[in-house]
Design a protein around this ligand. Structure first.
Ligand SMILES: [Zn+2]
Length: 128
């Protein structure tokens, strides 16, 4: 294993803090979405003023987009933490080789080494 225990512990601490922050952010978004939904329903019950709802819809969509991003981040963090528990954090999920420790420090969520990442990016280009 190329990744030192020191680095794992250091990054784990960082990730756990980020996970906590992300969970708090998701909770806040959820509350905002709920509040918006309630407002929206109350407004609809009173009148069919469709034209005035666009701001609410826009704001709701924005919140849901942010929520999706946060959820994605939470999953990536949890995935990385799980790998740390198993002791295979820092191992490329594709080729099984060690990922460059500097790359891991900058991007703790990466699951691929730079070679596999580049291959995947090229494949994902959509060129046929
Ligand atoms: Zn690889």
């Amino acid at each position: 294993m190329v990744v030192s225990e020191d680095q794992v512990n250091r990054v784990r601490e960082r990730l756990e803090k980020q996970l906590e922050d992300t969970r708090t952010d998701i909770q806040e978004i959820d509350e905002q979405v709920r509040a918006f939904g309630a407002d929206h329903e109350a407004a609809e019950g009173v009148d069919n003023h469709l034209g005035d709802d666009s701001d609410i819809v826009y704001e709701q969509e924005r919140l849901l987009t942010v929520r999706e991003e946060l959820t994605g981040r939470r999953q990536r963090i949890e995935h990385a933490l799980k790998k740390m528990d198993k002791g295979d954090w820092g191992i490329c999920e594709n080729c099984g080789k060690a990922i460059n420790p500097e790359r891991l420090d900058a991007l703790p969520f990466v699951t691929l080494c730079i070679t596999c990442q580049e291959q995947q990016d090229r494949r994902g280009d959509g060129r046929r």
